[in-house]
Design a binder for this molecule. Sequence first.
Ligand code: NAG
Ligand code: NAG
Ligand code: NAG
Length: 406
Amino acid sequence: MKGRELVILWTLVGTLFFGSLDAQLQAGFYAASCPNADSIVRATVIAGMQASQIVGPSVLRLFAHDCFVNGCDASIMLVDPVGNVEKNAGDNQSLQQLAFDTINQAKLALEQACPGIVSCADIIAMAAEVVVNQMRGPSWSVLQGRRDGLTSQATGVAGHLPGAHMDLPALQAVFGNIGLGVQDIVALSGAHSVGFSHCIEFTDRLYSFNGVPGATDPSLSPGYATTLQGICPNGNFNPTTLQPLDPVTAAQFDNVYFQRLQIGQGLLFSDQILFVDNTTTGLVTTYANNEAQFFNDFVNSMIAMGNAGVLTGSQGEVRLNCSVVNAVVSSPPAPVVPPPTTTPTPVPVPPTVPTPAAPGPAAPVPPVVDLTPPAPVVIPTPTVPTGPTVAPQPFVSSPPPPAGTS
Ligand SMILES: *[C@@H]1O[C@H](CO)[C@@H](O)[C@H](O)[C@H]1NC(C)=O
Ligand SMILES: *[C@@H]1O[C@H](CO)[C@@H](O)[C@H](O)[C@H]1NC(C)=O
Ligand SMILES: *[C@@H]1O[C@H](CO)[C@@H](O)[C@H](O)[C@H]1NC(C)=O
């Protein structure tokens, strides 16, 4: 709550004193530098959603995963040949490659329109808004100006994501990590108005609740339990089966999710607990009865979540390819040893590097070069014999940034 108030306050202040604050997100951040940024993201996401119904919910989930782990810095997008990044951590079951593809496609289009300007972290936040809006939910002005992080670690994920088996205190702990409270938990859970889950996430509620063989979760309506048992047979379910979190209006962002909690038809334990735990019963009832209130609170909570641990100003970088950190070519520092008698040619860039997305002149980042095709992110690049130092970004082994949100 505090975080949300701060966001709103800072937005206001930032509007009044534009330019005097460099560390806050703002609406219309790309109005001058990339005027079509919003429409490019919108068009790409809509095309993705038309191609597959799982794209929308998956993009929404991608945004949450990114923000809950190490802040909204697109660290979830980084790939790594040895799999030591957030994307590969055990909790990634709910992430769909199609969501990553959609963000990467938006990035590709943006790099053509305005190279080196729009961060991947902002693309994810903007894409999430498009999804909600396209599924007939609310729309809002997305605050922008996030920069992309330089690190991503698989080990940073455990304990930071909301889980399907969490009770309210456990949810409060993970949401609290990024400054979110009880109202945010309930409002953001409303995103389960759309999307799907796998049998593995809820079969214990059907067959072995609390570890008791044969026990069914008493908070689950018996009729719905029977339906779900048919979809996910005990010990014999299809691991790829996708069960809608709200099967009544699965493709529509609305408050039916909350109405289903009132009749014991929440799919996950972490859904139903919002109605069972009397700390949040009232909020569930409010949202079930008043969709406008749900939309209003959901937007505020999305903005608050989107502010978690963001990098701004000169922190991080604007990645040229969301999957890898930029390779930095630093000019050599003032020489500490006498120059050699034979003069090596200080060629800054290998001549053969293709630059499909060369940084534009207006890029507000240090000089970068897109080493796209080779770019091994973990294995250090073989030393270049002459010329300036090529410093590979050791994003896997470096410690996480000191942002205190995760
Ligand atoms: C999830 O992690 C596994 C194991 O590292 C990996 O094989 C898979 O590609 C990841 N899923 C996504 C969508 O990245
Ligand atoms: C909430 O539930 C707890 C037990 O789970 C109970 O002790 C408490 O009295 C309840 N509070 C209200 C206001 O119903
Ligand atoms: C981005 O980087 C990934 C990983 O190195 C690579 O597979 C992909 O082709 C790159 N995308 C572009 C557009 O260069």
